[in-house]
Structure formats: C-alpha cells, structure tokens
Design a protein around this ligand. Structure first.
Ligand code: BG6
Length: 509
C-alpha cells in the first residue's frame, strides 16, 4: 500500500537519484539547528528511502557525549521537530549507525581522532565512504574547522577520487565583503569550489524551486517578463517572531545581514535572472551572478529604510519592543526591519524598481514575490465606477504556498461594473500538505553532489559588495535615520516613503 506520508515527487526522486555511501559529520552536533532541522532531515530522508544503504551519522562537538546519549538526543529531536512521527523501524536503521566524537574545533588531535573514527567506518563497510562535513557552528570556528579538515587529511582538494570529501557550510558567509573574501580564500585553500555547499535554506523551499519551473516551463510569462510590461516587483519576507533568545546573535547581525543579503537576494536573483542555457548548477549560478552584478550601487539616503520594532500586539498578545528584549544594547542600532529599492541596470529590467522588505514582529508571517504589471491604457475602463486593481502575479513562498494572479473581471449583472478577482493555485489542495522540508532536499543534493541549490562563492561576494557600503554608512550614522514600527504592524513610515517616491504602495500580503 502506498505510504500516505510519502510525497509523490519522492517516488521519482528515489528512482533517479542515488547518493554514494556517505558519512555525514555534523560539527555543532549539540546545537539548535542540528536538533530542529538536520536530524529531522536525515530521519525523513530515511523514511523516504533516500539515504544511501551505507549511511552513517557522526555528531561532533565540544561536549563529551556518549554514543547512546547522542542517539537519545537525536530521537528526542525527531519527536519534537520532525514532520513525521518517530517510527522505531525507520529510526532503528539510522540509530545503529549514529555515533559521536567529542573534540575542540581548533584541536588537531581531535581531528585525527575523527579521521580514525571515519576510517573504522570504512573498514566496517569494506569500502571508502564519502565524508560530508556539515559545519553548523558559530562562524568564529568556521576557519579552524576548515583548516583542521585540511591538515588532518579529512578534506582535500578533489584529485579525481570518486567519493571525495564535501563540506556544507551554514550562513553567515562573512559579515561584509572583506570577511566573505577571507572565508572564501580559506575554503578554497582546502577544497575545490565544487566540493563546497554553502547553504541558503530558502533555496531548499519547494516554492522557491517552483519559481524556476513557473518561469521557464510555461511560455506565457517570458514575453511579459520585462520592463515593457512589469511596473515593479515587491519581495516581502515578513516574520511574526521577534529575536527571542537570539539577541546576542541578532545584535551582531540585523535584518540586512540576517535576511536581505542572503535569502531575499536569492529570491531577487531567481525572479530576475535570464533563462539559463541548461538546468546545470553552473549555468543557473552563472545567470544569478550576472544578475546580481547588474544591480546598481545603493544610495544610503534614498534607496533604503531601516527600523526597529516597538512594543505592540500580535494575535491579541502584547509583545515587547526590540530594545526591551533580552541581550539587546540599550541604544542598539541594529535594525529589525529593512527595506531596499534595487535598480537593475540591464536590458530587461532598467527602470523597474525591485522593492525588498524584511522584518521581525510584523503583522503576519509571509514570504511572497509580487510582480505588478503596468496598467492598461486608460481609454476604456478608466474613471469613475470602475474598480480596477493592478494585475499582480504573486508567488506565495510561505505559508499557504502557491501562486495567484489578480485580474479585473465583470461583476455579474445588467450594468458593466468591474471588480478585482483572484486566480489561485494552492500547493496544499493540489499536492497535499506533506511537503519535504528545505533541509531534506539540501542534504540529499549535497550527498549526490548537485550544487544547484547552493550559493557559489562569487554569489556571496557579489551580494556583499552591494551591501557593504550600506552597512558602513549605517554603522557611521548610528541611530540617525532609524525609524520604528509597532510590533504587529506592516512596518515603519520611512519604508512607505521609499515607495511613495516612485509612486508606489506596498502591497498588503
Ligand atoms: C534564518 C534567520 O536564516 O531564517 C532567522 O537567521 C529567520 O532570523 C529564519 O527567522 C527564517 O526562516 P524561515 O524558513 O522560517 O522563513
């Protein structure tokens, strides 16, 4: 009988995509991301029979944890965070191959121990497994980990061996252009670029991948996808959550570094890039980089807005302001909201503003890309009596994933009256709601060696090149120019002014 929790797409995937025997080694194994995302991702891949037959999971961290205790922690993480319930049968298959190595990130002897541990796995299996190192630690230890991987021989530049080492790196890839260049230099001193998988989990989201399919598997969009028909594009990444217990991290980051520079720019790149010559990873990433390079430098006075949330109400519950949250400096100048107007100087997009906004503690959690089309000539249905909306194609990335188009239609009746109407496609109604999580797809792709949904070094650098001057200008300005917005609202007044200058209004998602 078909497994009702199994996504139909996966039937196809498992038939066509096989990963070689792999040992996934997670650095930062007792961290939050490991429990919330990585262990559940591995578990769901196992449930879908997508893990290679000789799969091993190795946790690595500073804490001394026995294998049995690590297995218990992993099982608890699955119970709490997995989209499927823990089944003894599935978990049993992974549990017996789940082990833990304790060691420091800058301790060469500990990496030698890890190498011995992996060698024992090879011996047990009777062949060499592909080591896939997942760096899920604070960025301060990225460099020692990479250097120790190189020094211990665990990761080396791929020299034609079939199952060479790969490394997945979590964001942030630097905090400005200089640090991003430095990190990329360290990475490429140890590995070839094609062995590196920089994660932006937005690329693992089904709807983000669907954006490529919608654009390039349908012929109706391409003729309209340019400055002749499109008036503006609005990309919103709004969250209801505040900074919670992550104040320490967030103070060093802010909305621009945390969301705009990475996730939101990926959405821009996929929306605006030229059609790639093929679906090959490099063809797609080349087009993304070309697009990012065509974005004009930002004017800190006129192209951007930033703000912090004040106290307010969300879903009937009072919420504190950012400055009252735990671990936040009294006069912090970290923005929890940023809005940006991008100008893309190429043949397709010149003159079409791309407005981006991302904020915490906003009215509702929603990520969407809204493409607003130009109005028709005002000769027929213009003036009084006609309720006309701007034609808008919106990709709902989350929640309530789908695609909708706002058109203008006639209200039934004997007079001619118009009303905006919406055509919608919803993932949940068409495909059911049990969609794989982003990390499942990304871990599987890295095991297989498909880099399409990962950030290449030059992509990260190009995006930092755009935003570093702005970050410097903000650091210099301190709190001057920092607006505020009540928690539970759609953002600050200065972001409305940003659009007003171009004769536009933010959409209410
Ligand atoms: C992370 C950010 O990269 O993305 C978080 O660090 C943010 O601050 C999260 O909350 C949002 O991810 P998602 O998948 O919930 O939209």
């Amino acid at each position: 009988m078909a497994d009702p929790t199994r996504h139909p797409f996966l039937e196809d995937l498992s038939k066509h995509r096989g990963a070689p025997p792999t040992a996934v080694v997670i650095f930062g194994a007792s961290g939050d991301l490991t429990a919330r995302k990585l262990i559940p991702a591995v578990y769901n891949l196992a449930a879908d029979n997508l893990l290679p037959p000789d799969f091993h999971l190795v946790g690595y961290g500073r804490k001394e944890i026995a294998d049995a205790e690590f297995r218990t922690l992993a099982a608890d993480a699955i119970k709490e965070f997995s989209r499927r319930e823990l089944s003894d049968d599935v978990w049993g298959r992974i549990a017996e191959r789940t082990t833990y190595v304790a060691g420091g990130y800058d301790d060469p002897a500990a990496f030698d121990r890890l190498a011995e541990h992996l060698a024992r796995i090879d011996e047990q299996i009777g062949r060499e497994v592909q080591p896939l190192f997942y760096i899920s630690t604070p960025p301060s230890v990225f460099e020692p980990i990479l250097l120790n991987l190189g020094r211990s021989g665990l990761a080396q530049k791929h020299l034609g061996k079939p199952h060479h080492a790969k490394v997945i790196i979590e964001k942030p890839f630097g905090r400005d252009l200089t640090s991003a260049l430095e990190l990329n230099r360290t990475i490429t001193s140890v590995l070839e670029e094609h062995q590196v998988y920089r994660i932006d989990h937005y690329l693992g989201k089904e709807t983000v991948q669907d954006l490529l399919v919608q654009r390039f598997a349908n012929s109706i969009f391409e003729p309209l996808w340019n400055r002749n028909f499109i008036d503006n594009v609005q990309i919103t990444v709004a969250e209801e959550v505040g900074v919670g217990s992550r104040g320490g991290y967030y103070e060093q980051s802010g909305a621009l570094r945390d969301m705009i520079q990475n996730h939101t720019m990926q959405l821009v790149a996929l929306t605006a890039m030229e059609p790639p010559g093929s679906l090959d990873a490099e063809a797609i990433r080349d087009e993304k980089v070309k697009l990012l390079r065509a974005i004009q430098p930002l004017d800190p006075q006129h192209d951007v807005a930033r703000a912090q949330y004040d106290a307010g109400m969300i879903a009937g519950k009072p919420e504190k302001g950012y400055l009252q949250e735990e671990g936040i400096a009294e006069a912090s100048n970290t923005e929890t909201y940023a809005a940006i107007r991008l100008s893309i100087n190429n043949w397709r997009w010149q003159g079409v503003p791309f407005y981006l906004r991302s904020g915490k503690r906003m009215a509702r959690r929603v990520t969407e890309i809204a493409v607003q089309f130009k109005r028709p000539p005002g000769t027929l249905f213009a003036g009084g009596g006609f309720d006309l909306a701007t034609n808008t194609l919106s990709f709902q990335i989350q929640p309530d994933e789908g695609l909708s188009m706002v058109l203008n239609g006639k209200v039934p009746g004997l007079e001619t009256r118009t009303q905006p109407v919406k055509m919608s496609f919803r993932y949940s109604t068409t495909f059911g709601s049990n969609t794989p999580e982003a990390y499942e797809r990304l871990v599987l792709d890295a095991m297989i060696g498909d880099g399409t949904l990962f950030i290449r070094g030059d992509e990260a650098e190009t995006s930092w090149k755009l935003y570093t001057p702005l970050l410097e200008a903000w650091a210099e300005a301190g709190r001057v120019g920092m607006d505020s917005y009540p928690a539970g609202s759609w953002g600050p007044a200065n972001a409305d002014e940003l659009l007003d200058a171009g004769g536009h209004l933010w959409r209410k998602p």
